[in-house]
Design a protein around this ligand. Sequence first.
Ligand code: IMP
Length: 425
Amino acid sequence: MPASVILGAQWGDEGKGKITDLLSEKADIVVRYQGGNNAGHTIVIGDQKFALSLIPSGVLYPTVTPVIGNGVVVDPRWFFEEKAALTKRGIDPSKVKISNNAHLIMPYHRKLDAVIERYLGSAMIGTTKRGIGPAYTDKFSRVGIRIQDLFDEKIFLEKLDVALKMKNKILVKVYNQLPLDFEEIAEEYLGYADRLAPHVTDTSLLVYDAITSGKNVLFEGGQGTLLDIDHGTYPFVTSSNPTAGGAPVGIGVGPTLIDNVIGVTKAYISRVGTGPFPTELLDETGDAMIDIGGEYGVVTGRRRRCGWLDMVALRYSARINGLTEIALTKLDVLSHFDPIKIATAYTANGETYTEFPRQQRVLYECEPQYEELPGWNVDISKVNRWEDLPANARAYVERVEELAGVPIRTVSVGPGRIATLDREA
Ligand code: IMP
């Protein structure tokens, strides 16, 4: 491992939680580097299911220090709720570390997220309404409030005053909302300081020291490559950089310290929210994928859009992230389909695209070009060795690997920890 990034190679919801959880077994530290409680990780251990949004999934291992890096936006209310839920189930979250430089999600961010979406109407992004975009907007506009500000009351109140006056004007005059109360927010947030204090530290130094002393560190990306603010299908993206480049920035270590980049991809593809999706299936095959794959959002419960695996997008993802390996998830879902299709190119206006098109309009207009592979038509969810998979299932994985140009080292055939085939073993 020593320092590895694990990230979503598609539009999020690739099953990263499970793969991260498996790698966490060997990790000393698991770090989130971007996003916030918009992420949704489901981890199944035995007959127990854990759904985490903000706290890194490494928390489930007693030997792991889970870290929330400076690139994450933190909703403290949510943090304490998630912490309490974990404690109730016998998991110890006291070891979670949070960067002093992480930005806070404030009540006006949540409010703005909701009213902006409503204002956008049919042009809405379909956000999680957790205040993510507005919190990052403030960070980059330099009116954000950081975790460390909670420990300096004077500074905190000054910053809140500046930010809230501005936000209330926008809420009242643009969006016709009631203003938010300064005292109420100040009291709530300053009340978090003492409770957050044991968690807050210089996480950049913590991670640097760990990597340079030979410990195993996992950088856990939320969302996915195609939701990246720079490299995704803008504006239908999240407001951070889930791609590998976001990791060194979002934790504060140099890129030379990262050894591996693991891209998690489903054996098909899905997205939530709006935006282009070339291989989307709006027919009964798509409905079957949603139902069989249990494709409903962990965070919002929304029905995900589903389609065949898109190799144009996956190759793009491999390039943008510098993937060193792929973990392929939910192969078992494809047991129900025959034949199985893989998109290898798009065509639009007489042109063939084997690379992600630079003009986004093409993604709406294109026809995916499919290669068909025979299905295997048997349940593979109990298989626990690569060699025991049906030949057609192995052929599918090998074809994806060949088209991606990146080795597939892990194949997942079910939600539990044991339903994982390690091709290196
Ligand atoms: P936001 O991150 O809440 O601002 O939402 C922006 C877009 O990213 C929307 O399309 C969301 O549905 C999508 N999104 C955010 N988090 C996730 C995730 O963890 N998985 C999949 N999609 C996500």
